[in-house]
Design a protein around this ligand. Structure first.
Ligand SMILES: [Zn+2]
Length: 376
């Protein structure tokens, strides 16, 4: 157990006209933590409950759930992998300040992300190609499956009115740096890289987005010096986690595959791009169940539909609870070929509502920053 040292001083802050939240900061192994009870208060989630090993906070359809000693954290039932495990201080469950500001805040209040409604271009990146087959299976290679998903997503996005750019449209090898260069030519754009996993008996879906500065990559143990070097993509930390949330939610809801969660990494294609981006791992080619599924056109079409839905939900900059509800509705209604969801989405979101939400968020975001700086 790390030696814990209480540094913090309780701050009494005015969160809203009618409520007050008291933040306590703890320093554990040189890192700042806040009690989950504070988090629950701040976001109006009521009191922390303990159900078995888990700490649960739930109110009005929004929920947070985590367990002491684990990095697995569920926001509205979608799995996130925290940078640091939930831990305890004096019997109180606490979460790192890094995870509060880089995961919980942008996910619970995605209205903060800038210019989401202006997005009109989607850069789709089919992983591997040419001499680089990627992962292999009895049923085919990663490079072919990624290109097929991207082509299917391209059709759906174009039908919905988006401009679509492909980093590759045939079986050629494109260096990672060139993929970033292509992405960085566009403004008001999103980058979605499609891959399939391999490794042991692993199964299920994971969505990667760029690790914020100082956050360890989940591909390595603990923070390294290089984790503190700024990356081009870090200008979009809030947008990146919002896009990852929208993408992962639609993939998990549609496919019903095992949810491995949203993860952080510094893969070149998500590190060196200046537009928001994610990298999808759509199942394991090394796992027979996943590989058979990936080999079916129906599964790849579902992935393409998830990409379209993710873009639509991101563009509306809404929370994962809303996105999940939409996912369910769309599963039932099915998307008619040639249907214009883009126009429907615009009709469902009057401008006046957006303005109000943005204003609310600006006040809220400022409060969180002030609270955690320790001054007010
Ligand atoms: Zn790959």
């Amino acid at each position: 157990m790390p030696r814990a040292l209480l540094l913090g001083i309780a701050l009494l802050l005015c969160i809203a006209a009618s409520s007050h939240a008291q933040w306590t900061l703890y320093k554990i192994s040189g890192r700042d933590y806040v009690p989950l009870e504070n988090v629950a208060n701040f976001y109006g989630l009521g009191h922390v409950q303990h159900v078995g090993n888990a700490t649960v906070m739930e109110l009005g359809g929004r929920s947070l759930k985590g367990s002491v000693g684990s990095v697995e954290f569920f926001i509205n039932r979608l799995k996130f992998n925290l940078s640091y495990p939930i831990t305890e201080y004096g019997g109180v469950p606490v979460i790192s300040r890094m995870d509060l500001t880089k995961v919980i805040e942008p996910v619970l209040r995605p209205q903060k992300i800038k210019n989401a409604e202006l997005v009109d271009t989607i850069v789709l990146d089919a992983g591997h190609g040419g001499h680089d087959n990627g992962a292999t299976s009895l049923y085919g290679n990663e490079k072919s499956f990624t290109l097929d998903v991207v082509n299917r997503a391209r059709m759906l996005l174009m039908q919905a009115g988006y401009r679509v750019v492909l980093t590759r449209s045939n079986d050629t090898f494109i260096p990672l740096e060139d993929r970033c260069r292509i992405a960085n030519q566009y403004a008001n754009a999103l980058f979605i890289s499609v891959h399939f996993n391999s490794g042991g008996a692993g199964t299920g879906l994971e969505t990667y987005t760029l690790a914020p500065r100082g956050v360890p990559s989940m591909m390595a143990d603990g923070p390294r010096i290089s984790d503190f070097e700024p990356c081009a993509g870090n200008i979009n930390d809030s947008e990146n986690i919002a896009l990852a949330t929208a993408t992962h939610a639609s993939l998990v809801v549609r496919s019903r595959m095992y949810d491995r969660g949203i993860k952080r990494a510094r893969f070149v294609v998500i590190r060196d791009i200046t537009i928001p981006g994610v990298l999808i791992e759509g199942g394991f080619l090394s796992n027979d169940y996943d590989a058979r599924l990936i080999a079916t056109p129906a599964y790849r079409q579902q992935m393409a539909m998830s990409i379209l839905q993710a873009v639509q939900n991101y563009r509306r900059a809404r929370g994962p609870a809303d996105a999940e509800r939409d996912g369910g509705a769309q599963l039932r209604a099915r998307v008619a070929p040639g249907g214009n969801e883009y126009a429907d989405a615009a009709r469902r979101q009057p401008d006046g509502q957006r303005g109000a939400a943005d204003g609310d968020h600006e006040r809220g975001g400022g409060e969180l920053r002030r609270a955690l700086r320790g001054g007010s």
